[in-house]
Design a binder for this molecule. Sequence first.
Ligand SMILES: Cc1cc2nc3c(=O)[nH]c(=O)nc-3n(C[C@H](O)[C@H](O)[C@H](O)COP(=O)(O)OP(=O)(O)OC[C@H]3O[C@@H](n4cnc5c(N)ncnc54)[C@H](O)[C@@H]3O)c2cc1C
Length: 366
Amino acid sequence: MTGAGSVECAVVGLGVLGAASLLALARAGVSCVGLEAGRVGHPDGGSGGETRIFRTAVATGPDHVRLLDRSRELWTGVPGAPFTACGALTVGTRDDARVRAVALPGRTTVFGAAAAAARWPAHVLGADEVAVLDPGGGLLDAGAATRGLVAQARRAGAGVREEVTVLGIGTRRGRAVLHTVDGETVADSVVVATGHGDGLVPGVAGIEQRRVVLSWFGVRDPALFAPAAFPPGVHTAAPAHTFFPTVDGATIKINHQQPQPRVHSPADHHPPVEAGYTRDWADAVAARLDGMSARPARLETYVEGYTRQRRGVVALTAGAPRTVTLGGFSGQGFKYAPAVGELVADLVRTGRSRSPAFAPALAVGG
Ligand SMILES: Cc1cc2nc3c(=O)[nH]c(=O)nc-3n(C[C@H](O)[C@H](O)[C@H](O)COP(=O)(O)OP(=O)(O)OC[C@H]3O[C@@H](n4cnc5c(N)ncnc54)[C@H](O)[C@@H]3O)c2cc1C
């Protein structure tokens, strides 16, 4: 056989968003194949860096909250148990806009400094600080999550081809022709979910690829930093950062939120990080976390696509073959992936989406 033959839909890229799209397509009865340049769950794309925060309380409105509720349902059923339902936190001063935005009545609970310190003893809160608990939130194991979605897609009938790079996409008699080193795959429609990999279709402007730096630090008492005692979350006061519980029994992970340089090459999966990267902020973070070392044990870099509005794009290209392109999820894409996969399957099948979130069905070119 050359390539994967003929299908109704081909998904290019099986990071978390491509994997979720493939699963939703297969469940909807669409004959489909996913083509992935690497091995599924590899750490060189959006799945890198071990873990992701999942939350259901977001400030971007009810459409996004609904998608997150649906994602939670779907994450809970993914094989390999990649989702730990330990809740997610937002910590900061009571009057901070980011804190207030996620204090959603009926969805989250606000803990004052003393109550928060009693419940999550690793956190050292100032008297004017609060912790907002999103009990629907939790921790995702990134590699296991992507592998689990692809395993489910296979079971639902999808084809999966690993270590196959799509070199170009052409058209023939209204169908898409995907060129690979071993031949071609012909499809009625295509989902392009290549992360910051090569843009195989033109048209989605305004997505900037930027570096993300993750830093791991040792902790004196790892039990204080296990997921149940130290759910993942964000601290909004300077130096603003996201924090992640230990998964190795020795270190926790911090993502200091500061402007990061652009990445220009789609081949650059791990851009360099400058010496002394943590020097200006690690002491301040360590002062807020009981027993955290201020010296990093490890630093790693990744790449993510950002849009100006900090919202992902799910774009439908007008004309045939129908093409859906995903990107620019601005540090938020992992949590949404299962529900976004369902939006993608809707677009592929009908050209319409069940949700106005992420500007779906936006025609971006001919
Ligand atoms: C360090 C970091 C931390 C983050 N933290 C969070 C978080 O806590 N919570 C959250 O919700 N989100 C978070 N995000 C965002 C989220 O992880 C991303 O939005 C999401 O993973 C992007 O997934 P993707 O499938 O679009 O891209 P990727 O995972 O990059 O997948 C693209 C895939 O396409 C493949 N590919 C590329 N070109 C080709 C080709 N030509 N042919 C075949 N295959 C190809 C690649 O090999 C890759 O596997 C974070 C992102 C980063 C980088």
